[in-house]
Design a protein around this ligand. Structure first.
Ligand SMILES: Nc1ncnc2c1ncn2[C@@H]1O[C@H](COP(=O)(O)OP(=O)(O)OP(=O)(O)O)[C@@H](O)[C@H]1O
Length: 221
């Protein structure tokens, strides 16, 4: 599904070119639960931002479903991102003055579907994360674990091809982290959702079927 070939990404810092990803090649297949491991600053977030179509300024080739990503305009990429990727971040990224249901509905706003269908999809998603009864509740009242469940419901509501979870348990206590990882595992095994997990915690690798290790901007085996 995802094929990166010889990807190099540089930033300009104080007029100096800094290489953050160096000649990275990798494949991610449908149904994978991939763990991307590496120390802080090794390039993990840069890599997944690129995979999630948030960044198209790189050298090398990225094929998504056998199509070259560089051929797409920025508008095409926004659409592709909205339809194919769900994002889950460490700090949840919820909108505080909205209800749980409104937060989960956000990716559906541009999908051109009826209100009735939206309500059904939101309910289905919240059911999958164990928050079926929370649809009308304000997110302000939720615990960290519940917030991450809402973020996961939002990430899966439009049935994306893959989910990028960047340090999803980074702000959670260890018991809640285990629950959230179990939820990702269930989504992967029962709904076949492809998951790309970024972490520096080796304990989380037990949930993954494959590990990609990044060190100083390179994928090491
Ligand atoms: N917008 C930017 N401009 C310049 N340098 C950047 C930018 N974004 C990231 N970097 C640099 O790229 C390198 C890789 O950063 P990245 O966030 O991808 O690492 P990471 O492995 O995800 O780290 P962490 O685990 O701490 O989140 C770092 O040295 C960082 O300082």
């Amino acid at each position: 599904m995802i094929r990166l070939e010889n990807i190099t990404k540089t930033y300009e810092l104080a007029k100096q070119e800094v290489t953050v990803l160096n000649d990275v090649s990798l494949n991610i297949f449908e149904g994978d639960f991939v763990g991307i491991m590496g120390r802080s600053g090794s390039g993990k977030s840069t890599l997944v931002n690129l995979i999630g179509f948030l960044d198209k300024k790189f050298k090398g080739t990225y094929y998504f479903e056998d199509k070259l990503v560089e051929q797409y305009t920025d508008d095409d990429l926004s659409k592709i991102r909205n339809e194919n990727v769900g994002f889950v971040f460490q700090n949840f990224g919820l909108i505080e003055n909205m209800t749980v249901g409104q937060n989960v509905e956000l990716p559906l706003l541009y999908a051109g579907i009826s209100n009735q269908e939206k309500t059904r999809l939101v309910a289905e998603s919240l059911e999958k994360v164990g928050l079926a009864d929370f649809v009308g509740q304000s997110v302000k009242l939720l615990s960290g674990g519940q917030r991450q469940r809402v973020a996961i419901a939002r990430a899966i509501v439009n049935s994306p091809k893959f989910i990028i979870a960047d340090e999803p348990t980074g702000a959670l206590d260890s018991k809640t982290s285990v629950d959230i990882m179990q939820l990702f595992t269930d989504l992967n095994t029962t709904s076949g959702v492809t998951i790309i997990l970024v972490t520096h915690d080796p304990n989380l690798m037990a949930h993954c079927n494959r590990e990609i290790r990044v060190s100083d901007g390179e994928v090491v085996l």
